[in-house]
Design a protein around this ligand. Structure first.
Ligand code: HEC
Ligand code: HEC
Length: 336
């Protein structure tokens, strides 16, 4: 990042504690607009990246290519990729990590470069960031891993490093994590989810979750939610609570925002349950399942063995509170 920009961010920090920072404003917009200042509590900020401000030189070229790869993944490394055939489907990273990983509350990737290597419960070992990128290439993209020394992998990592440079060290920022959902006392209801899906989602993602291809069939205008070309089971998006938290801030695409979600928590959970109900449809298969230590398994991951006696269906659809209470009683920390 350019020095000036850093100075701008750093200069803004002490001035306001609760501010929607747009120091690095989106194309065309001007300088930060400070909203209500709360002097008592430091709250996280919203950090917006200006993609026009990418660095120059060799590193800059990689950053730019990395951003391109995030946005047009299928075009470059999809099944008919221009620069390599790695992915098994034509989705793009930005379909879930929106705005190439910089949109708040949308599986934001701005902290990832600083957060890896990191212990991951799903694999039961420490992963590098490159291995974590390859995890998403393999699932949800149903692909084969990028060689670690490929230009594509180096570009992904360079881009992630660059977006990370916007985050002051150890700084919390708004939207680093997705929104949370309140857990209903009942199990998620796939029948209710079906009705809600038809009313709110089918117009873009299709009645059968198949999405809508772009005119040239190279990728999607609206990505698929299930079927042979959707994400696999074992992808985090396949977990009902994980998906519901993301839906709340982001879908329907033209209606939801993180500060004004469109779906209620229960609606988001019912829809996620319907989308992920694989009894109605096929998804690409996965051969091996994860979480070698069942005490570290996310509670909404429905593949046995479990660290409790609740059935697989309850791990998929809930009610989740009894599971959480059971884990607490055993001194285990439930994650979802
Ligand atoms: C179908 C949705 C989806 C797509 C497409 C997708 N991801 Fe992900 N990705 C996720 C989810 C869900 C997580 C897990 C988030 C969590 O654990 O909170 C994740 C996690 C990650 C992480 C780890 C983030 C962290 O800080 O721990 C990286 C890096 C990542 N993805 C990169 C990519 C890249 C690169 C692509 C494209 C090749 C991609 N993802 C495509 C859904 C997706
Ligand atoms: C106006 C069109 C539109 C509507 C309505 C809409 N979506 Fe989306 N959805 C999109 C687009 C576009 C993306 C890709 C986002 C991007 O690339 O930035 C997306 C991405 C997704 C993804 C992640 C990518 C994938 O294919 O797995 C999921 C899951 C999803 N939508 C679910 C839903 C659900 C559930 C609803 C209804 C509550 C919904 N969407 C309503 C347009 C829409």
């Amino acid at each position: 990042m350019k020095k000036m920009q850093w100075l701008a961010i750093v200069a803004c920090l002490p001035m306001v504690m609760w501010v929607w920072i747009a120091c690095t404003s989106v194309a065309g917009e001007k300088q930060p607009e400070a909203k209500a200042v709360d002097s008592a509590v430091a709250k996280p900020e919203l950090i917006v990246i200006d993609s026009a401000d990418m660095p120059d030189g060799k590193f800059g070229d990689l950053v730019k290519y990395g951003r391109e790869l995030m946005m047009r993944t299928a075009y470059y490394i999809g099944p008919e990729g221009k620069n390599g055939k790695y992915l098994g489907n034509k989705m793009n990273c930005t379909n879930c990590h929106q705005d190439a990983g910089t949109k708040p509350f949308s599986f934001n990737l701005m902290a990832s470069h600083a957060n890896y290597p990191q212990y991951r419960a799903r694999e039961g070992k420490v992963l590098t960031l490159a291995e974590r990128v390859n995890n998403c290439v393999m699932r949800p993209h149903n692909g084969k891993p990028l060689p670690l020394d490929s230009r594509e992998m180096v570009a992904f990592l360079s881009y992630l490093k660059w977006i990370n440079s916007y985050i002051p060290k150890d700084q919390h920022y708004l939207g680093a994590k997705n929104l949370s959902v309140d857990l209903p006392a009942r199990a998620a209801d796939t029948a209710k989810g079906a009705v809600l899906y038809a009313a709110n989602c089918a117009r873009c993602h299709g009645a059968n979750g198949e999405g809508q291809m772009r005119f040239d069939k190279a990728t999607y205008d609206y990505p698929p939610l299930w079927g042979q070309y959707g994400y696999q089971p074992g992808s985090s998006m396949h977990r009902v609570l994980m998906q519901a938290k993301w839906l709340k801030a982001n879908m329907p695409y033209d209606k939801a925002t993180h500060d004004k979600p469109f779906l209620t928590d229960e609606e988001a959970i019912d829809i996620a349950a319907f989308v992920n109900d694989d009894t109605r449809h096929k998804r690409p298969g996965v051969t091996d399942f994860d979480y070698p230590n069942k005490e570290e398994k996310a509670i909404d991951y429905d593949h046995p063995p479990f660290a409790d006696t609740f059935p697989a269906a309850q791990h998929k659809y809930g009610p989740f509170k009894p599971i959480i209470d059971d884990w607490k009683a055993k001194g285990l920390k439930a994650s979802y």
